[in-house]
Write a protein that binds this ligand. Structure first.
Ligand SMILES: CC(C)(COP(=O)(O)OP(=O)(O)OC[C@H]1O[C@@H](n2cnc3c(N)ncnc32)[C@H](O)[C@@H]1OP(=O)(O)O)[C@@H](O)C(=O)NCCC(=O)NCCS
Length: 224
């Protein structure tokens, strides 16, 4: 009986994603002036406008700020992303945790009453799997093949190099890379960074940005 109800759920989910979601995707593209390539899928997610989701990118329970994109094969869950943020291909948030101490066995069958992986030995949930949301700021650049451990905060203007694993919070306007990601340097001088963080240009409307675009070509000109 359980197998049958699982199969029915599975089939309805496949039918929804293959047959109905493409129409929903078209509606979302039109209403938010966004581009969502084939195979991209969103659930419980807000697209703020002028967003781009690459092929097979999946966002679950996310907020995507204006102008931000997630390129092909992105897989983000419970994540808030600011404006004008650039996320490369194969970037994922890593969510889920298992007990590391006290509990004898780490498998969910010993700690969670829901039969997540098909069975459970306990009728009590003795391990809290909830996690804080991941936060990625405005004007952030995340390179290809990055893993972001769920719950970290990546500051405005920060960079994460290709192939990195982000395990800790990342400072605004810092450039970070490696496994685990470590700071290499900052993008700008300290005073320039604090001016940018106060100025929050990403909150300007499109017309203002467009008419001032030449000032964006040079940080000194911009902060004059
Ligand atoms: C991080 C990055 C932006 C370069 O930043 P940078 O400040 O110019 O860094 P540098 O090239 O001067 O390298 C500084 C150091 O960091 C190391 N480094 C740079 N990128 C790295 C990475 N992705 N992983 C690990 N180490 C890296 C360099 O080897 C160098 O090490 P060293 O000091 O021991 O010699 C770039 O390497 C990168 O990863 N870009 C992402 C590209 C990408 O994914 N593009 C597709 C999506 S748009």
């Amino acid at each position: 009986m359980r197998l049958l109800s699982r199969k029915i759920k599975e089939i309805s989910s496949i039918l929804y994603r293959r047959l109905l979601f493409p129409f929903k995707r078209l509606g979302l593209e039109m209403s938010s002036k966004s581009i969502m390539l084939p195979g991209s899928y969103v659930k419980g997610t807000h697209l703020s406008g002028r967003n781009y989701l690459g092929k097979n990118t999946v966002l679950r329970n996310c907020f995507l700020g204006f102008g931000s994109y997630v390129n092909n094969n992105g897989d983000l869950t419970d994540t808030d992303i600011g404006k004008y943020t650039s996320i490369g291909t194969n970037v994922s948030t890593v969510i889920g945790k298992h007990p590391l101490s006290r509990q004898v066995a780490m498998h969910p069958a010993f700690t969670i009453s829901d039969e997540i992986f098909g069975f459970s030995y306990t009728d009590r949930t003795v391990f809290d799997v909830s996690q804080e949301r991941t936060v990625i700021g405005n004007d952030v650049w995340i390179g290809n093949n990055v893993l972001i451990i769920g719950g970290v905060k990546i500051g405005d203007g920060a960079v994460v190099g290709a192939g990195s694993v982000v395990t800790k919070d990342i400072e605004p306007y810092s450039i970070n890379a490696g496994v685990p990601a470590k700071k290499i340097r900052y993008r700008f001088e300290e005073e320039q960074i604090s001016s940018l963080l106060k100025r929050k240009w990403w909150d300007d409307d499109e017309a203002l940005i467009r008419s001032n675009i030449s000032r964006f070509y040079d940080i000194e000109e911009f902060l004059k």
